[in-house]
Design a protein around this ligand. Structure first.
Ligand SMILES: Cc1cc2nc3c(=O)[nH]c(=O)nc-3n(C[C@H](O)[C@H](O)[C@H](O)COP(=O)(O)O)c2cc1C
Length: 189
């Protein structure tokens, strides 16, 4: 099995719980992973504190955290061969910067690199409703090879907690990223 090198970017959209659930799942899947690099925007830290009431992202020291302006991070260049980038949650601001090639921070630069190298970009976008600008930016990123996987939970697995609700989205993200995992699948035993 080829182990994955994954970039996780967290931005300031609502839904820090999605990033937390992803972190917990990546720890469970560590035998499929070579490296996880994490970058958070300033607003991601604010929203995490507001929505989850803590700064526990700092406890995930299994992963390597990079400053949002650190263009010396390995995944700021295509030569480092990070194969997958997951932006979770992805704000409309970050989506717009990626759609227009504005690589002025590590998140937008890393996404630019993933797209130019034809690797896998998964953007868990979150806002409601969408403006035409948002929709056009999702179209542009999709045409460039990215996957828009909205933070739209499902309920047919009868989730019992907020974490389980968030898990319905993260399970789809992990499938899209190509991880082997146990998860609820509609009409499968
Ligand atoms: C509590 C809170 C919730 C927010 N929720 C969203 C959201 O769901 N979607 C979004 O696009 N922006 C949301 N924002 C606004 C973004 O944080 C803001 O546009 C920011 O500039 C995004 O920058 P970033 O992508 O670099 O994190 C929220 C802000 C706060 C404080």
């Amino acid at each position: 099995m080829i182990k994955k090198k994954v970039v996780v970017a967290i931005t300031g959209a609502s839904g820090s719980i999605y990033a937390k659930v992803l972190f917990d799942k990546l720890i469970e899947l560590q035998d499929q992973i070579e490296a996880v690099g994490v970058v958070m925007s300033d607003n991601a830290k604010e929203v995490w504190q507001f929505e989850l009431g803590n700064q526990n992202y700092a406890d995930y020291n299994q992963f390597t955290f990079f400053n949002k302006n650190d263009f010396n991070a390995p995944f700021a260049s295509g030569s480092a061969k990070y194969d997958t980038m997951i932006i979770v949650p992805c704000s409309m601001g970050t989506l717009g910067r990626i759609a227009h090639g504005i690589s002025n921070d590590l998140i937008s630069r890393a996404a630019d690199v993933i797209l130019k190298e034809r690797r896998k970009l998964i953007a868990v976008v979150r806002d409601t409703p969408f403006s035409l600008i948002h929709i056009n930016n999702m179209k542009t990123v999709t045409e460039a090879g990215g996957i828009i996987c909205p933070a739209n939970p499902s309920f047919y697995s009868l989730p019992k907690s907020i974490e389980e609700v968030a898990g319905t989205v993260i399970s789809r993200v992990l499938d899209l990223a190509g991880f082997e995992q146990q998860s609820y699948r509609w009409q499968e035993k």
